[in-house]
Ligand binder design. Sequence first.
Ligand SMILES: CC(C)(COP(=O)(O)OP(=O)(O)OC[C@H]1O[C@@H](n2cnc3c(N)ncnc32)[C@H](O)[C@@H]1OP(=O)(O)O)[C@@H](O)C(=O)NCCC(=O)NCCSC(=O)C(=O)O
Length: 386
Amino acid sequence: MKLLDGILVLDFSQYLAGPSCAMRLADMGARVIKVERPGSGDSGRKMTLENLTIGKDSMNFLAINRGKESFCANMKDPEDLKILKALIKKADVMIENFRPGVMKKNGLDYESVSQWNPGIVYATVTGYGKEGPWKTKPGQDLLIQSMSGLAWMNGNGGEPPAPFGLSVVDSYAGVHMVEGILSVLVRRAKTKRGGLVEVTLMESALDMQFEGISTYLSNGHHLPVRASYNNAHPLLGAPYGIYETEDGYIALAMGSLEQLGRLLEIDRLSEYDQDKDAFVKRDEIKLIIADKLKTGTTAHWIEILESEGYWCSDVYSWERMLESEGFKALNFLQTFDFPNNESMTTTTCPISVNGVKMGSSLRGPLLGEHTEKIIEEMKLREEAAD
Ligand SMILES: CC(C)(COP(=O)(O)OP(=O)(O)OC[C@H]1O[C@@H](n2cnc3c(N)ncnc32)[C@H](O)[C@@H]1OP(=O)(O)O)[C@@H](O)C(=O)NCCC(=O)NCCSC(=O)C(=O)O
């Protein structure tokens, strides 16, 4: 099912935030042409260890860029620029994530492009926006996690701030780009007008923390500081967190202390008040629970807790998760074959519509693989000459 059939997306973006947005549009059925610098392409192609490549490209690049064709053109070369303009005139969506000012310098910013293609939906992601004192700083995931409070809040008491080990902000910004683009496409269907979608990594990181920051701002700044939130949630009380067991770990979400105490046979838990102590005596309560959970296996505790539907789970590594029956039932993997006879298995699209899983069967492209085909098919040389 190709819900975005007929929509042509030009993906000028690099690394993760922009490319992940374009990937999702491809999953939903759009035709996505990735425009890349001749010679080197998206810098993400090279971002890996030597043994994590297929051909010349990093596996992470190929995972993020599935569903796309690759078109090489140099924005700084006047002849290539004419071809690009011919291509842009046919496009519905254009995506870029360079530093502020780069596309303007190349004559391909929204103000320029919308003059020859007023219906275009132009989406741009920057680190901190086009204005303000941070506008020239590099917009990179770790730096944004660090400046947005995310790394600070995620750290453990007494230890340095701890960022998430994955590029969560980039991915989340990509989702916001998709939301913005689809919203303008819906409006365009009625008005024929395109629009400019702007997302910043910083606001995406702040949006991830909106419950906590909003509460903090509104209650006289009495919210938690990181040091008191060891392995916990700033807005939720004990037992919330991950605990060691005899043979691994167990996660306990929010739940009644009375029920937990009864099921785990910890009498002392009944002395604590759910509405108050679970928050103000969080660390003390968690230590009591931790001592008990160390005395049994994860499976043992899960069996007991789930007998009354208490919210808990095992804590899986990728290896165990991928082997689990629950994961297999999701049917969430896809294998792509490459011209050099190597293959790559990736996760696929997390969206199903009317019971049909969305996704693209097109593997990540080799650099410039589709340039000539697209130029001929769309008669770009002829149109560039007009
Ligand atoms: C990631 C960046 C810090 C990288 O900065 P830089 O290395 O300084 O590169 P820039 O993006 O500013 O610019 C890229 C340069 O390549 C040139 N360029 C790019 N494509 C082309 C083509 N096709 N033709 C000619 N020239 C090209 C472009 O004109 C710029 O050169 P000049 O014209 O000469 O300037 C920045 O792009 C950024 O802040 N982006 C916004 C937020 C974002 O999405 N970040 C990606 C996060 S990835 C991440 O965090 C992660 O993976 O981890």
